[in-house]
Design a protein around this ligand. Structure first.
Ligand code: UD1
Length: 362
């Protein structure tokens, strides 16, 4: 059976890596298609190298642009390849424009779609990712839910496809690389000490494309008592320039985007992480580091229910208060990282098995 996996962005490469490795061990014939949504070395190729993935068979080279441009252009470019290769199934991970375009193009050609990370919901249709994941789930034949909560969301929405509770492939990756991360020398290189700094990531359009919201977030974080390390996404770097925002006189230290292994190491040794990323909220949980989420909602409610992730939004005073709360309650927080609702590290194996049985039935 021939299967195509389509990705285009940093988090999608991470989510796909264990599936690609499992698929290569199976009888499936795998094609990897990169949409080119991310093209900087630090947002794409570094992960292909770190995870030792085969080079994608094709790169559609779509690059940056509006949602309509990215989605439409990927569809047009992808259609030609799918018509030529005629895969029996297309796999799309996550909720990016690349994932939506991959799912729509395939389903419209009559090729069944399998969605990795199905059922995640933050119930905020103001977020591009929420729109994307809802649409993908409703046109997928196989839905691989990372958590029980995601499975329940899909059941409530009466999706047409088959739901499989598999666990989270990001957790598979985390387990595989955590020892390697321990050996990274990034703390020494950045001259940081264990649990004496915070880590920040910020790139969501609703935060960084709005100058008032962006300034408010940075003002709140800038009042932290500890140094905050900020591996900056190019989108955010561009906005800081555009809005003339300088971080020179506060506690935030900007560094270049990091690869997966260095990021894991920084995350494990940080006192807290501030982020608007979805994946990092989960990685913080697995690293036993408290998280402050700079959004008004989250799809990873499991981390909030565990009491280790605060959904704070963009209000500067609330952010400063949340940082102080983590500092004060730091010792008692440690006990809260107990159950792991994200599976057992074998999500990719279950996904590949489910694809093989789908192929046998077909
Ligand atoms: C996309 C995803 C988001 C995911 C994120 C991970 C959508 C709607 N959003 O957001 O869900 O969390 O990837 O990073 O698909 N840029 C570069 N180099 C690159 C890529 C982007 O400089 O390699 C800059 C460009 O200025 C570009 C901007 O970043 O316009 C935004 O890139 P885009 O792909 O539109 O979205 P992300 O913010 O990366």
């Amino acid at each position: 059976m021939s299967v195509a996996i389509i990705f285009g962005t940093r988090p999608q490469i991470i989510k796909s890596a264990p599936i690609i490795h499992e698929a290569l061990k199976s009888n499936l014939e795998l094609k990897i298609i990169h949409t080119g949504q991310h093209y900087d070395y630090e947002l794409s190729q570094v992960f292909i190298e770190e995870f030792n993935l085969p080079e994608p068979t094709v790169n559609l080279g779509v690059g940056s642009g509006s949602h309509a441009y990215q989605t439409g252009e990927i569809m047009l470019r992808l259609e030609k390849h799918l018509l030529r290769d005629k895969p029996s199934l297309v796999l799309v991970p996550g909720d990016t424009n690349s994932a939506l375009a991959g799912a729509l193009t395939s389903v419209k050609l009559g090729i069944p779609v399998a969605h990795i990370e199905a059922g995640a919901r933050c119930y905020d249709m103001g977020m591009a990712e929420e729109i994307n994941r809802r649409l993908i789930d409703h046109c997928s034949k196989l839905l691989f839910a990372p958590t029980l909560n995601c499975k329940k969301n899909l059941e409530r929405e009466s999706v047409i496809g088959e739901i499989h509770l598999t666990g989270d492939t990001m957790y598979d990756v985390f387990l595989k690389f955590k020892d390697k991360a321990d050996r990274s020398d990034i703390l020494e290189r950045l001259e940081l000490s264990n649990k004496e700094y915070g880590l920040l990531t910020l790139h969501r359009a609703e935060n960084v494309d709005d100058p008032t919201r962006l300034k408010s977030i940075l003002e709140g974080i800038g009042k932290a008592n500890m140094e905050i390390i900020f591996p900056i996404h190019p989108r955010t770097a561009n906005r800081l320039k555009e809005y003339n925002i300088s971080l020179e006189h506060n506690k935030i230290r900007i560094i270049d985007p990091l690869g997966y292994i260095e990021m894991l190491k920084l995350l494990k040794h940080a006192k807290l992480v501030l982020t608007d990323s979805g994946g990092l909220q989960k990685e913080a949980f697995w690293s036993q580091t408290s998280c402050i989420t700079l959004r008004d909602s989250t799809e990873w409610v499991e981390t909030v229910e565990a009491g280790v992730n605060q959904i704070i939004g963009a209000d500067s005073e609330k952010i400063t208060k949340a940082i102080r709360a983590v500092e004060e309650k730091y010792e008692s927080m440690k006990e809260k990282f107990t159950a792991n609702p994200f599976g057992d590290g074998y999500a990719a194996r279950r996904i590949v098995k489910a694809i093989e049985s789908f192929a046998n039935i077909k």
